[in-house]
Ligand binder design. Structure first.
Ligand SMILES: Nc1ncnc2c1ncn2[C@@H]1O[C@H](COP(=O)(O)OP(=O)(O)OP(=O)(O)O)[C@@H](O)[C@H]1O
Length: 257
């Protein structure tokens, strides 16, 4: 398997609070890794550190052997790292199309004068973006693809989550970070959505995914490898079965020891 991503001794401090403490993690191409841990254990902080939304107080982060730790978020995105957020960051008054296409900021030509003068080029780029967004939506659900110009506030929670994933996918990432994508969904919606995630992976076999999720049956279904955090430290790592068999994980997290 080809090695894709590496975090080495990553630490993040918020004043006196050590949110991440020398966390190391290696990710191979085309794998799904589950990040598990109690509330406040540092999972989202890890995503924020990797995507440039918070400063590292130590350590290195690399993708394809290139150091990205400490770079601005926009540059990290250009290295092919995209994400979703635990709390939705969608714009409800804009259309499905607009909410997704904004994720392709690398190739959007935002120069108003150039767009006004070079109409043919502008129209072609709009057509291309339409095809891409439509194709992504169709991969999730045909009825959703029919709603490409609906305002987002008309969509239910599962479809909104799908839009968030499409927005992260339109940049064709190498590494996709999903922060608790099932938050706010019913158990049935969650099951359906996880089927979608597996489908996404089937369509993008070289893309790697790290997923934060509290629902253990979801982890069991989607993650080939799991990493458990507590107080910002890695306390267990391995297959789902190996991790849940760990006595510490059973006692401290699953409460089943
Ligand atoms: N911007 C911030 N400023 C100060 N403290 C922060 C900040 N972001 C996170 N923290 C703290 O860092 C610790 C780790 O938080 P984080 O959100 O990463 O945990 P988590 O594992 O994602 O939790 P949850 O499962 O509840 O989302 C917590 O104690 C949190 O209060």
């Amino acid at each position: 398997m080809t090695h894709l991503f590496s975090a080495k001794d990553v630490s993040v401090k918020f004043g006196g609070l050590q949110a991440l403490d020398s966390l190391s993690l290696d990710i191979n191409e085309g794998t799904i890794t589950g990040l598990i841990g109690p509330n406040g254990s540092g999972k989202t902080t890890f995503f924020n550190a990797v995507t440039g939304l918070c400063n590292l107080s130590g350590g290195q982060v690399s993708i394809d052997g290139k150091e990205i730790g400490g770079l601005p978020a926009r540059q990290i995105y250009q290295f092919g790292v995209t994400r979703t957020f635990q709390r939705s960051r969608l714009c409800l008054s804009l259309s499905v199309f607009d909410n997704i296409v904004i994720g392709r900021q690398n190739s959007l030509d935002l120069g108003i004068f150039s767009n006004l003068i070079r109409r043919r080029q502008f129209n072609q780029s709009v057509r291309e973006n339409y095809e891409r967004v439509h194709g992504l939506l169709r991969a999730f659900s045909e009825p959703l693809a029919q709603r490409i110009f609906d305002p987002l506030h008309r969509l239910n929670m599962i479809d909104r989550r799908r839009i968030e994933v499409c927005r992260a996918l339109i940049a064709e990432p190498r590494l996709l970070l999903l922060d608790e994508p099932s938050a706010g969904m019913t158990p049935d919606e969650t099951r359906e959505f996880m089927g979608d995630i597996l489908n996404v992976r089937k369509h993008n076999p070289r893309m790697s995914i790290i997923i934060i999720e509290h629902e253990m049956d979801i982890m069991q279904r989607v993650a080939e490898h799991c990493v458990v955090l507590n107080y910002g430290r890695k306390v267990a790592e391995g297959t789902f079965e190996a991790v849940v068999a760990d006595p510490w994980v059973q006692e401290a997290y699953l409460g089943t020891s």
